[in-house]
Design a protein around this ligand. Structure first.
Ligand SMILES: Nc1ncnc2c1ncn2[C@@H]1O[C@H](COP(=O)(O)OP(=O)(O)OP(=O)(O)O)[C@@H](O)[C@H]1O
Ligand SMILES: [Mg+2]
Length: 361
């Protein structure tokens, strides 16, 4: 038995001999937003199409509320799966008014239909637009109509494929928030596909990070961001700095001091990965830097290559004395050092991730 609203078990999909979705298992819980997050081409839309029933897997099963809806033999038709769809090109019917669009797929008594449509248009803030036509609405307004239309039949699961990608950047966050509020109010389980980490973190209760057809990590946004499984997972959410070293006696020595590497045999090549906001920088005092501390380790000297004002923060690039490599740090934007300025960098220990160097394929 399972308490998941939607469950995928070992889904595989091949196109022309190439496996695009590989042994993918995933649960979406009632009332939660789960994000399938991954780079372009990793198999997100293919997975969604299989769940919706418009494509078919080569192996694996799909369950809704514990009931099998699809394996490679048995198949509940798409329209009987209680699944709502909202895709990037959420085309509204151009010849139907806003209220007719929302009520289109609703097979209930006329008065119930009018109530449901009114209620949804009220919730998306478009009640006064109900007699308008799609071409009279902005992109954001059309998106809200499409959301209302998808929610009208009260689907128990909503599948959303990059539903905000056509919208103006400044509109996006507002629409994401109001969409989320409405989905939560309706209690729908949501599987949202996106390649934007910012969107996933803003919307998701749970993120499933996908790469090459597989889920490589799954968890709450906080955990995925703060405890990535490997360098690529860390780098998907922000720029990262990478410092290499070799394990000796469960330690790796770097210009920034020693790092613990318990359980790794001597000679293992590792990389220490740190996000730019977790470097500390300090001034150079006649060639000397700050004292080492247990939290920040040993400082290493670098010279400012360039500093970019980014609004809330500045991005500073350093060329490091120890090997001429570049490290990037973000600092509050009031601080914009000149190129050529020597400075000292430290790595905040508790923010460093240590991973074995992936073997070359
Ligand atoms: N019908 C198809 N026939 C052949 N190859 C396909 C088909 N559909 C998808 N693919 C391939 O499968 C891979 C995954 O495609 P998919 O659309 O699932 O990616 P995605 O993760 O949604 O990417 P994006 O973020 O760009 O939308 C791609 O390499 C794509 O070219
Ligand atoms: Mg896609």
């Amino acid at each position: 038995m399972t308490d998941a609203r939607l469950e995928l078990r070992n889904i595989c999909r091949r196109f022309g001999g190439r496996e695009v979705v590989s042994d993918l298992s995933l649960k979406v819980m009632p009332g939660q937003v789960t994000c399938l997050l991954g780079p372009s081409g990793c198999g997100k839309s293919t997975t969604l199409r299989i769940i919706a029933g418009v494509d078919m897997q080569d192996a694996g099963e799909i369950y809704v509320d514990g009931n099998l809806v699809c394996d490679t033999v048995f198949r509940v038709p798409p329209e009987q799966r209680s699944i709502g769809l909202m895709f990037q090109d959420f085309a509204l019917f151009p010849h139907l008014s806003v209220q007719e669009n929302v009520g289109f797929g609703l097979k209930v008594h006329k008065s119930d239909k009018a109530n449901r449509v009114d209620d949804l248009l009220d919730k998306v803030g478009l009640k006064h637009f109900k007699d308008k036509y799609p071409h009279e609405l902005s992109g954001g307004e059309q998106q809200r109509v499409a959301l209302a239309r998808a929610l009208a039949p009260k689907p128990s699961i909503m599948l959303m494929d990059e539903p905000f990608s056509g919208l103006d950047d400044r509109l996006k966050d507002d629409i994401r928030d109001s969409t989320l509020d409405l989905l939560k109010e309706e209690g729908t389980a949501v599987l949202l596909v996106t390649h934007e980490p910012h969107e996933a973190m803003r919307m998701a209760d749970e993120i499933a990070l996908m790469r090459d057809g597989r889920i490589v990590q799954q968890g709450a946004p906080y955990n995925i961001y703060n405890a990535p499984v490997d360098r690529k997972a860390a780098a998907f959410f922000s720029d990262v700095n990478v410092i290499r070293g070799t394990v000796e006696g469960a330690l790796v020595s770097t210009p920034f001091g020693e790092f613990l590497c318990p359980g790794r045999p001597d000679g293992t090549e590792v990389e220490i990965v740190i996000r730019p906001q977790h470097l500390r920088i300090d001034f150079d005092r006649d060639g000397r830097g700050p004292h080492p501390t247990p939290q920040d380790g040993t400082p290493a000297r670098g010279v400012v290559q360039r500093a970019r004002f980014m609004g809330r923060e500045s991005l500073v690039e350093f060329r490091m004395d120890f090997d001429n490599s570049i490290l990037r740090a973000t600092v509050p934007s009031v601080f914009l050092p000149k190129p050529g300025t020597p400075m000292w960098l430290m790595l905040r220990r508790e923010r460093c991730f240590v991973f074995p160097v992936p073997s070359k394929v």
